[in-house]
Design a binder for this molecule. Structure first.
Ligand code: IVH
Length: 664
């Protein structure tokens, strides 16, 4: 038995070394067959000796269990985001602000690629990976340990035996893997991911670790949290690299802003050739000891900045212009383009917004146009290139009728957009069902636009209400193409579950003009139920903080339409929750269940903060202990601040505190 244990331990070590060489160093030591032989032998021995299977064995990366949901995790140190720089001037300002703080200390910088993925925090205790957490709102993330374990470039064990060890980095998908996944999804008729970042985010939030393991997520680590152990960021990166973590090789120490800028340019030149997406470079002060002195704003550290590369712009031919109608009836114009590769993806369509935009920019069909990605995802036609063929092209004329139902389009006074105002326009109905089931509304998982269209086209649903009668139409649904038992039963479960949603989701789902997700929440927090809201008058609605007269009027208009009230009543009869519980308010608040100690002078009386914390489900205690989550510290904070520092408690000022609440 002892011998077997030794053999297993030796095999595990060997496999770890081979995986590190393959996934981190990109330098395989053996071929796949040899590797598989070792892994299979380990699996066999573990199967014969189940008591010798340990959680950190390379065979145990993928757990068997599919989770229901992710648990929340409060970050020990908030996961801040970075301020942006767009040119050299911004960099000089960043540097001069630092110099103001640390007049007598010279320092160097460190420049590294800004990986376009999603940030993750890895926590190790006594050398074992115990947690992988997403950024979330920066204060509280989601525990995605099961998924993180499947990433082969993340070591499950490290030789640093600290009680607490935390590193942060960016999880991403290589361009190659992104294309592979999308090709597979296309073949299976699933929606494709817009870009590698979305694909990586979607993958990490998968509840089934097997699916995660099948998509080859990767990670670069860029921030070591136990800062007191090193003088510089670059030393800490060398250290984590020596422990087996993947660190980007393009990082470089630079002694001044000129050097910083040249390195940023150098990374930019390499950008297209890299097998992963980057959207800029991150510049950090290299000397850790200056970080506290340089300090933080409420959202960003002042010792680092993200330099964003300008969006890539390409010219291509605009082949056609077509209009689409959205759930509100608004008409959007779109361009079909000669395919062009732009920022890592092939673009063949772009938005042109509204007719006014096309007229103003003098856009014509057949013209050469410049295209860029707006907000990274949706491409946009920026302007037309007026070359020799341009004058011969026909002027473009807007449509007068809805592209879906043909009814005459209206333009409301003081607006530029055209609207289809036909209540029975089928496309509007389909799009409003899509909105109703969407994540921030009723969150009916699996109910994609494709499925909605299929159900609608086959006359199984004709409105949102019908979603709640699908149970009676099982037979017809199962006869539809690509509608299996499993898919249907998952959909029915998700629909049933949505009945218990808090009513703010329902309100948002109704799609009342100007009533977005945040406003819906504000309204329900105040009125507590849909019934109360429907009984309210304009003044009562308008009175709510952050809800203006425009929103109030829109709600009053909506309520005054009888069919809308009938719709709400039908939902009520179907058993949808029409109230908003204080309890769930707490659940949604990032500070729910968290304990606070308040100290120092704040801008408002202490009681104001106590009430705010308690009404969001937090607790206020009088003294600091190890289990305190936050110290809310004002000016002239005394011994509590020192104690909190010693105990590594999250210390936040008023601004940060209010930001946390806002992010809710
Ligand atoms: S440092 C407090 N380094 O960019 C400093 N961030 O816009 C922590 N990111 O939230 C961030 N590559 O998700 C840092 N080399 C890099 C990065 C990087 C990508 C992401 C990260 C961060 C976001 C800020």
């Amino acid at each position: 038995m002892k011998d077997i244990k030794k053999v297993i331990e030796k095999l595990k070590k060997e496999i770890n070394i081979l995986e590190h060489a393959y996934y981190v160093l990109d330098n395989p030591l053996v071929d796949d067959t040899e590797f598989d032989a070792k892994l299979n032998l380990l699996k066999k021995l573990e199967k014969e000796n189940p008591d010798l299977v340990t959680n950190d064995s390379p065979t145990q990366r993928v757990g068997g269990l599919i989770s229901e949901k992710f648990e929340k995790h409060i970050h020990k140190f908030p996961m801040l985001s970075l301020d942006n720089a767009f040119d050299k001037e911004d960099l000089l300002e960043f540097s001069s602000n630092i110099n103001k703080q640390v007049k007598f200390n010279s320092h160097s910088f460190f420049v590294e690629p800004k990986i376009d993925g999603l940030s993750i925090s890895l926590i190790y205790e006594k050398g074992k990976l115990v947690k992988g957490v997403t950024r979330g709102d920066g204060i509280q993330g989601e525990d995605v340990t099961f998924n993180v374990r499947t990433i082969r470039s993340i070591p499950l064990t490290i030789t640093d035996n600290s009680d607490y060890f935390e590193v942060r980095g960016e999880v991403f998908l290589s361009k190659k893997e992104f294309h592979r996944i999308n090709a597979e999804r296309k073949e299976q008729g699933e929606e494709i991911f817009a870009n590698p970042r979305n694909a990586a985010a979607g993958t990490l939030r998968q509840l089934n670790p097997r699916i995660v393991a099948s998509r080859k997520l990767d990670i670069y680590l860029y921030y070591y949290l136990n800062r007191e152990r090193f003088e510089t960021h670059s030393d800490s990166l060398d250290y984590i690299n020596s422990l087996g973590f993947k660190v980007n090789k393009l990082g470089k120490q630079c002694s001044n802003i000129d050097e910083v800028y040249s390195h940023i340019e150098l990374i930019k030149d390499k950008r297209i050739a890299l097998d992963y997406e980057i959207d800029g470079a991150v510049v950090k002060v290299n000397d850790f000891k200056l970080y506290d002195e340089i300090g933080y704003t409420s959202k960003f550290p002042k010792w680092a900045i993200a330099y964003k590369y300008p969006a890539e712009i390409k010219s291509t031919v605009l082949k056609e212009i077509f209009a689409t109608v959205g759930r509100t009836g608004k008409i959007t114009y779109n361009a079909i383009l000669e395919p062009v590769s732009l920022a890592g993806t092939t673009v063949q369509a772009a938005t042109l917004h509204n007719a006014e935009y096309i007229y103003q920019k003098k856009i014509k069909v057949g013209a050469n146009v410049k295209v860029k990605k707006a907000g990274d995802i949706i491409p946009e036609v920026v302007e037309v290139v007026e070359d020799e063929s341009y004058p011969d092209l026909k002027e473009w004329i807007k449509v007068d009728n809805c592209p879906a139902c043909g009814s005459y389009l209206e333009i409301f006074s003081d607006e530029v957009d055209q609207y289809c105002i036909n209540f029975n326009c089928e496309r509007k109905i389909i799009k409003s069902i899509e909105h109703f089931v969407s994540r921030d509304a009723m969150n009916i998982e699996g109910m994609s636009i494709k499925i909605i269209e299929k159900l609608y086209d086959n006359k199984i649903i004709k409105n949102v209400i019908d979603l709640y009668h699908l149970e009676n139409k099982k037979k017809e649904i199962l006869q539809l193409e690509k509608m299996g038992e499993k898919l249907l039963s998952n959909l029915l479960l998700a629909i049933e579950k949505s009945k218990t949603n808090d009513a703010n989701r329902f309100l948002f789902g109704l799609g009342i003009r100007y009533v977005g997700s945040k406003t819906s929440k504000l309204l329900l927090e105040n009125f507590k139920s849909i019934d109360n809201l429907l009984k309210a008058n304009k003044e009562e609605i308008e009175k709510i903080f952050d809800v203006g007269p425009k929103v109030a009027q829109s709600i009053i208009d909506w309520i005054s339409i009888e069919s809308n009230i009938m719709l709400v009543n039908s939902f009520k009869k179907l058993g949808l929750n029409m109230s908003y519980s204080k309890h769930s308010n707490h659940n949604n608040s990032p500070i729910a269940g968290k304990s606070f100690v308040i100290t120092g002078t704040l801008s408002k009386p202490r009681n104001y903060f106590v009430e705010l914390i308690e009404s969001n489900g937090g607790k206020v205690l009088n003294s600091i202990s190890k289990s305190t989550n936050f110290l809310l510290a004002g000016d002239e904070a005394g011994s509590k601040l020192t104690k909190a520092k010693n105990l590594n408690i999250n210390i936040i000022n008023e601004e940060v505190f209010l930001n946390i609440l806002e992010e809710e």
